[in-house]
Ligand binder design. Structure first.
Ligand code: XMP
Length: 317
């Protein structure tokens, strides 16, 4: 039986013993896992924890600014690095999902490594890896080849001679949230839906352009804010929008349009390993669909994904 209080106490004690007076670097993602890991480490070692929050240009609308602000308010020693252009230019022209992940993983390591080198005498790399990450990374290496390579597992490039510390390695998501609550982290931050490391890049099918990122950020914003306004956000485990690589014909006044199609996805799950699509109310879907088509330039059709995992994965790529 998992008790968050006892976990925090043991974990902080272990972290102190393990890390001692060494400096630790940690990449914050805006998600629950890395945030909880950071707060635990902050509690254990304070200013010896150096957090780096990288904007890969594929985050949700306004996410980088808002979350960075929140981290600072929490007293974390954090540096925000806007590397959007570096990521987007590295991704230009790439269509294959695994290539996108690899590119993002590579650029992230480059950016992160540059920043880590600025910290004098850093000895440890902390990561917010949780149990399902560990399992999926192992199990996907089945006989039929890699399904999806999760870039936040798999350790370090050789040139970074850091030791790894992963305080949440044995926890499931709900346990991480309970630990976060015990630590006094803002419930809104703790209740945030999971969001993949490669961000919107794996929700833009096909190649990525700044314009597609803009469209998807706007669509996602309407959907997520709508879920919150209708009291549905907390009833859903994960939600997001997908920009499809097809145009469809529509009418606007007397004009024929030929614009993008977006899919909305909302799932119920406990750990992301299996998931069911959520029966969102028709009235809500109708309202959101109208709002997206009216507000977001370049989109003229909205569809809702009614596939469960398995066989469909949560992300489309
Ligand atoms: P799938 O799409 O495999 O996703 O059903 C299960 C959960 O994992 C997230 N996901 C990722 N997270 N890097 C990540 O950090 C990735 O490459 C990645 N791919 C999927 C997904 O959002 C869902 O929560």
């Amino acid at each position: 039986n998992f008790t968050p209080n006892a976990f925090v106490e043991d974990c902080v004690k272990e972290l102190k013993e393990k890390v001692k007076n060494d400096r630790v670097v940690l990449g914050l993602s805006g998600g629950v896992d890395s945030t909880v890991a950071a707060v635990l480490l902050n509690k254990a070692i304070g200013k010896n924890l150096y957090c780096i929050f990288v904007n890969n240009g594929l985050l949700r609308k306004n996410e980088f600014e808002n979350v960075l602000h929140q981290y600072k308010d929490m007293g974390l020693n954090v540096k925000g690095v806007d590397a959007s252009e570096r990521f987007l230019s590295a991704l230009a022209g790439i269509e294959d999902p695994e290539q996108k992940r690899k590119t993002i993983g590579r650029v992230f390591i480059e950016v992160f490594d540059d920043e880590a080198h600025r910290i004098e005498d850093v000895k440890w790399l902390a990561q917010g890896t949780i149990y399902p990450d560990v399992i999926e990374s192992v199990s996907v290496k089945g006989p039929s080849a890699t399904i999806k390579s999760h870039h936040n597992v798999g350790g370090l490039p050789d040139f970074m001679k850091l030791q790894i510390v992963e305080p949440l390695r044995m926890l499931f998501k709900d346990e991480v949230r309970r630990v976060g609550k015990t630590l006094g982290i803002d419930p809104e931050l703790l209740g945030r839906h999971p969001f993949p490391g490669p961000g919107l890049s794996i929700r833009i099918l096909g190649d990525i352009t700044p314009e597609k990122v803009r469209i998807l950020q706007e669509v996602d914003f309407v959907f997520i804010e709508g879920l919150k306004a209708h009291g549905l956000y907390d009833k859903v485990w994960q939600a997001g929008a997908i920009l499809l690589p097809v145009n469809s014909v529509g009418v606007m006044g007397d004009e024929r349009t030929y614009e993008k199609v977006v899919a909305l996805r909302a799932v119920e799950s406990t750990d992301g390993m299996t998931a069911d699509w959520v029966h969102l109310p028709y009235d809500f879907l109708m309202k959101i669909s109208n709002e997206i088509i009216n507000k977001v330039k370049g989109v003229n059709r909205v569809v809702y994904d009614i596939s469960s995992k398995p066989p469909a994965t949560i992300e489309w790529e």
